[in-house]
Design a protein around this ligand. Sequence first.
Ligand code: TYM
Length: 343
Amino acid sequence: MAFTPRVFSGIKPSGDLHLGNYLGAIRRFVPLQETHETLYCVVDMHAITVWQDPEDLKRWTYEIAAAYIASGLDPSKSIIFNQSQVMEHAELSWIFNCVARVGWMERMTQFKDKSGENSENVSLGLFAYPSLMAADILLYKTTGVPVGDDQKQHLELTRDIAKKFNHDFRKQIKDLGFDEDYFPITETLATGPAMRVKSLKDGARKMSKSDASDMSTIYMMDDADTIAKKIKRATSDAAPLPETADGLAGRAEAENLVGIFAALSNRSVDDVLIEFGGKGWGAFKPALADLAVSVLAPIAGEMQRLVGDRGEMDRILRDGAARARAIAQPTMDEVRRIVGFIR
Ligand code: TYM
């Protein structure tokens, strides 16, 4: 059976949005709404796997929904909603908790990074997080998920859960009239520059919502002066820019800044280097700052306006949740029957 091409992605409301979220995710969501059925979620149930102040959680939930719209997502084309309004996510994730194996979760590098030395004392939700993520995706029989590089392992696990469910319940799936698989084997959509935007201060670390140093992260709501200052002070090296992408090998900070330029301007890295190859940082950094401000400032302005209009935001999120539920409910009805729950 062919699956309807459908795209789903989500962002956690656990901190201020930054350039990595924009380039690795949000910017790439926009064109997909022209070619696919698209669902973009604010995954508030994922956020609470680590402690969130409830007021911050609400503020960041609105901020992400506003960023989606301000960046070009159209609520009449894309389904925009927050996860906790569609309880089927939680229900399917419980079933997946019973399909997935503890060993699969233990191998997740993000879990290891986040739990660190303290893995006995993190929430049970943090451990089971990838199972909820698989539920987000498979509840809509999603065929493609645009994400940054750091989510690739979670997408592999989503495929493993889909395969095991399809295998374990093969007979019931067939009895329900499905010739082959019930869940699709979802593709990860993660190609192009800036799939892993690095910290501006350390090319070995990714830019992240939880970085302690403010100077390492460009936030989507930063004003023009702050963006320019952060780029000017970004760590770089002494050499001029190379003529081709190959010349960036072993120069993590340079590779990061050129990749950001390429992604922001919709150009290839080689194309950017045709313009800047042989030039120094004194020429490149101001051009990058101007470019970043020209892209981010209008989005930040629109985000500000939208977050100030709670009535409109609530309306958009409720409408999105109702449309998401209309897809999710028939799937959950079938899943309940497949696993043998009496209704
Ligand atoms: P989250 O909230 O950490 O990040 C949201 C999106 O931003 C991307 N991203 C980056 N891309 C490039 N460079 C960076 N430095 C960078 N930092 C973050 C992430 O790859 C992601 O695409 N588990 C997910 C949320 C989620 C989800 C889902 C995603 C829950 N359910 C279902 C897709 C489908 C997360 O924590 O993303």
